[in-house]
Design a protein around this ligand. Structure first.
Ligand SMILES: CC(C)(COP(=O)(O)OP(=O)(O)OC[C@H]1O[C@@H](n2cnc3c(N)ncnc32)[C@H](O)[C@@H]1OP(=O)(O)O)[C@@H](O)C(=O)NCCC(=O)NCCS
Length: 167
């Protein structure tokens, strides 16, 4: 059975094969480790059954508290080719949304390439909406590509909002 757990440092070697997809965002080790240490709960890896526990996909993100509205930001989400259309990305995104909610986020957002049809379908199916377009966000050569910011708000009672803003 597929299992889900928080990522550990040694998983960085396990996910190497997953990051070759052109749509998967890759970050420097420093960036990854910084957020990983601060928000271990906001990374998760899905593993295949069997002795090797092969990495099937992962999500990595952080809580942005510097904004007027604190929010969960998905920095990277990817599922290995062989395991797509099984609901793994949906499970990883649902988990991220739940943890962001528990940490007091107002919404969850992410940036995606405007040409990434599969990702757009996925996020729309989960209730994310296109919120803005950032022109030439991805500095590809010869043609840069636009990014879509996708966002989903976390329903909150008015009581929670006034408590949160009072503290
Ligand atoms: C996008 C990606 C994460 C989807 O992962 P996944 O585990 O296959 O997604 P799910 O199985 O949870 O799909 C849920 C829904 O998303 C939509 N969807 C997913 N992949 C799709 C595709 N290739 N084409 C159209 N719709 C798609 C469908 O509505 C799907 O529901 P359905 O299978 O019942 O039709 C995966 O294709 C991937 O890793 N791509 C490369 C990296 C990437 O693009 N990451 C996102 C960067 S923003």
């Amino acid at each position: 059975m597929t299992s889900f757990r928080e990522m550990r440092f040694d998983d960085l070697f396990k996910i190497n094969s997953l990051v070759f997809d052109a749509h998967t965002e890759v970050y420097s080790l420093t960036f990854f480790v910084k957020h990983f240490l601060e928000f271990p709960g906001l990374t998760q890896i899905a593993e295949a059954p069997g002795p090797v526990r092969r990495g099937m996909g992962y999500i990595f993100g952080y809580l942005d508290k510097h904004n007027k509205e604190p929010h969960g930001h998905v920095a990277s989400l990817t599922v290995s080719d062989e395991y797509r259309r099984l609901g793994l990305a949906t499970a990883l995104m649902d988990y991220f949304f739940l943890i962001s909610d528990l940490k007091g986020a107002s919404f969850v957002n992410l940036y995606m390439r405007s040409s990434n049809h599969a990702a757009y379908q996925l996020y729309c199916s989960l209730g994310y909406a296109h919120c803005r377009t950032m022109l030439d966000y991805y500095p590809d050569h010869p043609e840069p590509e636009n990014a879509y910011e996708m966002r989903k708000y976390i329903p909150r009672s008015m009581e929670f909002i006034s408590d949160y803003t009072a503290n």
